[in-house]
Write a protein that binds this ligand. Structure first.
Ligand code: DC
Length: 226
């Protein structure tokens, strides 16, 4: 019998999914998989090669032989290069939704994501995890927050990382990504039918983590190990 547990956390940009997913994974001793970082790594690879991220054919070219490693310490390695920082910069954030709308790129990344979840218990966050990547995940959370809350959070995160941005640009980017992510043809952002809605607009991180852990316990029996 398969004892591995999969927890899918989906939702719009900057809803705090990665913060919550990371903490939930740590509490349970599961592996955290940040699928957004994979789309960002591809976007960065496209830009680095001087290709146009708004051109599907050009963008697909970087997938040939592309490797992405998500290290346990949170570093993201693409083709042997540490891209952890650069994939959070505005140039990548502003173009990643185009890359995420290309079917062949999605199929390749989804295959990698399914392999990563094959033989261990995981917490995977993204947009299509519960609906498409891991439809049999035992726990599916759809995490949301108001646009303003999300923009403030992302703006403060950027400031703390020394990434220069204006609040207006961050809010525009969040709105734009919401639109593109939920209107693409293939595997668009939407809640899985069997997902639990978690609105974190007025929740602290601890409260959101506890809420997810409660759902996990109810559905699987798995509990905090630390
Ligand atoms: O979570 P994030 O902001 O790092 O995600 C970056 C982009 O990648 C976002 O615009 C949506 C896209 N994405 C996706 O389409 N599917 C996923 N599973 C994860 C991210």
């Amino acid at each position: 019998m398969d004892k591995n547990i999969a927890i899918a956390i989906d939702g719009p940009a900057a809803a705090g999914k990665s913060t919550v997913a990371k903490r939930v994974a740590k509490a349970l001793g599961f592996t955290y998989i940040d699928t957004g970082a994979m789309y960002r790594a591809v976007t960065n690879a496209v830009i680095k090669r001087g290709l146009n991220p708004q051109d599907e054919g050009q963008s697909e070219m970087v997938m040939q032989g592309l490797s992405i490693d998500l290290l346990p310490d949170g570093r993201v390695i693409c083709n042997g290069e540490d891209v952890t920082q650069v994939i959070r910069e505005p140039l990548v954030s502003g173009n990643v939704s185009y890359i995420a709308s290309y079917k062949n790129i999605r199929l390749a990344l989804v295959e990698m994501q399914r392999k990563m979840a094959e033989s261990k218990s995981v917490v995977m966050d993204g947009r299509d995890i519960g609906t498409y990547v891991l439809p049999n995940a035992q726990v599916k959370i759809y995490q949301i927050a108001s646009v303003e809350t999300r923009a403030v959070r992302r703006y403060e995160e950027n400031l703390s990382k020394g990434i220069p941005t204006s609040y207006k640009d961050v809010e525009d980017d969040v709105r734009k990504r919401d639109y593109i992510d939920s209107h693409r043809d293939f595997a668009p952002l939407k809640p899985a039918m069997d997902s639990v809605l978690l609105d974190t607009s007025y929740m602290s991180i601890d409260e959101a983590v506890d809420a997810v852990l409660k759902v996990v316990k109810d559905k699987t029996g798995a509990e905090r190990i630390c």
